[in-house]
Design a protein around this ligand. Structure first.
Ligand code: ADP
Ligand code: F6P
Length: 448
C-alpha cells in the first residue's frame, strides 16, 4: 500500500496533538501511527485577502507523519467554516433544520474552499497514495480532486449523523451535493441509520454509489492503562479529596448544542427536586470546553449554560456544597482518563451525535472491581452498541432524574454485570479496527 493521505478541515497543531478535543482528531491519532502518512488541512490561521494569492501549504514532519496546512482568508473562514459548515450543514445533519441559516453566498465560498484544498493538495500527492477525506466540511472535495485530475483511490468518512433525505433535501443544492459523492470510491458512516439515510438520498438522486457502516472506536487498552496509571496523579487526587466521600457524576463534551448540555442540567435539577435525599451528597462535574465560540448559536448556548448553572447552584447549593461544577476549558487527556475512573456515573446525553467517543472512553477507564454507571442517550451513535448502559431520552428531564437515582443507588454486582456486557464491544471496535477496515476497502479499490 502507498502512503495514507488524510484530509480534514482541522489538523491538530503541535500543542493540540497532546490533548485533542473532538472525536476526529482522537480517532485519527491512532490511524496515523503506522506507516508513512500525510495529513492535509486548514492551519487554524486566518490571513488577509492580499496575502492569499501566493499561498502554499506549510509542512512539518513529526516521526512518520507530515502535517501540511494552509491558511484561510477571513472571508473564507467565515463563509466556509463558520457559516456553511457550522451554521448550515452541522445543524441540518444533527436534525436541527430550524437552526440552519442558509445563504447562497456561503455555499459559493464552501465550494471555492473545497476547490482550493484540491489545488493545494494536488502537488503534494504521489501516484500510489490513497486519500481519505473526513467530514462534512469536505463533502465535495472528492469531486474537486477529480476535477484537477487526481485518479488515486479516494474515500470519505462522515463523522456526524446523516439525516433522512426528507430533511436533507431542505438544503438548497442537496442533489448536487449527493452527486458530488459519486467521486468517492468508498463512503463510510457511523451507524446503520446514517447509512440507510444516505443511501436512500443517493437512490432518490439517481446516484449509484452507496455508503457503508464503519463505526468508530477508541484505543481502549491504552486508555484503560492511562486511567489506571492516573489514579495517583496529583490533580486526580485533588479532585478525589474535594469530593469528601461523595459520589461523582461527570459530563465531558465540547460545548455544542448537539450534546444536550442544557437539557442535562434540567435533568439534574429535576433529580435534585425529586430525590432530595441526594442534595449535598453528590457532586456533578461538567467539563465543556468552548467550541466554535465565534458562531452565534454557540455563543448563545454558552450564555444559556452559564445562566442555568448559576441559577441551579444559587437555588440548590449551600454554603458548603455546589451542585454543579462547570468548567469551559479542555482538560489534558490523561487527566480526563483519571477523572472518568473516579466518576461513579457518566452523563452522556446528546440530542444527536455521530458516535460519541466519551461514552466509550468512560467504559474503558473503569475499575473492573468497582465500575461506574453510564447514562447514555438513545440518540448517540454509540447507543446501538451500548444497550447495557442506562439509556435515556435526553429531552425528558424526569427520565434523566430517574436514571441518576438508579445509577447512584445501583448495587455493585449490577454495575459489574452491566460493565462486563459493555466492555466487549468497546474493545472489539477500536480506532485501529475502524481505520484498518476503511483503508482495506480503499486498498481493494486500488488493486481492483
Ligand atoms: P465530538 O467529535 O463531537 O467532539 P466525541 O465524543 O466523539 O464528540 O469526541 C470527543 C473527544 O474529545 C473525546 O475523545 C473526548 O475525550 C475529547 N474531549 C471532549 N471534551 C473534552 C475536554 N473537556 N477536554 C479534553 N478532551 C475532551
Ligand atoms: O467530530 C465532529 C467535528 O466537527 C470534527 O470534524 C472536528 O474536528 C470536531 O468536531 C471539533 O470541531 P471544530 O473543528 O469545529 O472545532
Amino acid at each position: 500500500m502507498g502512503r495514507l493521505v488524510v484530509v480534514s478541515n482541522r489538523v491538530p497543531s503541535s500543542s493540540d496533538r497532546q490533548q485533542p478535543a473532538g472525536g476526529l482528531a482522537v480517532a485519527l491519532q491512532d490511524a496515523l501511527s503506522h506507516g508513512e502518512a500525510l495529513w492535509f488541512g486548514w492551519s487554524g490561521q486566518q490571513i488577509a485577502q492580499a496575502e492569499a494569492s501566493n499561498r502554499k501549504p506549510s509542512e512539518e514532519t513529526v516521526d512518520n507523519v507530515t502535517y501540511a496546512t494552509i491558511d484561510l482568508t477571513h472571508a473564507e473562514f467565515d463563509g466556509f467554516y463558520q457559516k456553511y459548515s457550522n451554521g448550515i450543514l452541522w445543524p441540518l445533519c444533527h436534525y436541527r433544520a430550524g437552526l440552519m441559516d442558509y445563504s447562497r453566498k456561503d455555499r459559493e465560498v464552501y465550494l471555492t474552499v473545497n476547490h482550493l484544498f484540491a489545488q493545494q493538495l494536488r502537488p503534494l500527492l504521489r501516484p500510489d497514495d490513497i486519500i481519505w477525506v473526513h467530514d462534512y466540511h469536505l463533502f465535495p472535495l472528492g469531486q474537486a480532486l477529480r476535477d484537477v485530475g487526481i485518479t488515486n483511490p479516494i474515500g470519505f468518512f462522515l463523522h456526524i449523523p446523516f439525516p433522512p433525505w426528507s430533511l436533507m433535501k431542505a438544503l438548497p443544492g442537496a442533489e448536487r451535493l449527493m452527486h458530488s459523492l459519486e467521486s468517492y470510491d468508498v463512503i463510510g458512516l457511523q451507524t446503520e441509520d446514517d447509512a440507510r439515510n444516505m443511501n436512500d438520498g443517493l437512490e432518490q438522486c439517481g446516484v449509484q454509489t452507496r455508503g457503508q457502516v464503519f463505526p468508530i472506536g477508541i484505543d481502549p487498552a491504552s486508555f484503560a492503562a492511562q486511567a489506571k496509571a492516573c489514579e495517583d496523579d496529583f490533580d486526580v487526587q485533588r479532585l478525589q479529596q474535594s469530593l469528601r466521600g461523595r459520589p461523582l457524576v461527570i459530563g465531558v463534551d465540547r460545548l455544542d448544542y448537539s450534546k444536550g448540555i442544557p437539557e442535562r442540567f434540567h435533568g439534574y435539577e429535576a433529580f435534585l427536586k425529586r430525590f432530595p435525599e441526594h442534595k449535598g451528597k453528590v457532586m456533578y462535574l461538567q467539563i465543556a470546553p468552548v467550541s466554535r465560540g465565534t458562531v452565534e448559536e454557540y455563543r448563545r448556548l454558552k450564555q444559556d449554560l452559564d445562566e442555568t448553572a448559576g441559577r441551579i447552584n444559587g437555588m440548590y447549593g449551600d454554603f458548603d456544597w455546589t451542585p454543579i461544577r462547570y468548567i469551559t476549558h479542555p482538560v489534558p487527556r490523561h487527566l480526563l482518563a483519571g477523572f472518568y475512573r473516579l466518576a461513579d456515573v457518566a452523563l452522556v446525553t446528546p440530542l444527536r451525535d455521530g458516535m460519541n467517543l466519551v461514552a466509550k472512553e468512560y467504559v474503558a477507564a473503569q475499575d473492573e472491581e468497582d465500575p461506574g454507571v453510564l447514562i447514555l442517550s438513545h440518540f448517540a451513535g454509540a447507543a446501538p452498541e451500548m444497550e447495557d448502559a442506562l439509556l435515556v431520552n435526553p429531552h425528558d428531564a424526569d427520565e434523566i432524574a430517574d436514571a441518576l437515582h438508579k445509577a447512584l443507588t445501583m448495587t455493585q454486582s449490577e454495575r459489574q454485570e452491566r460493565w462486563e456486557r459493555l466492555k466487549p464491544d468497546v474493545w472489539r471496535v477500536t480506532a485501529g479496527s475502524w481505520a484498518r477496515d476503511f483503508i482495506e476497502q480503499l486498498v481493494r479499490v486500488e488493486r481492483g
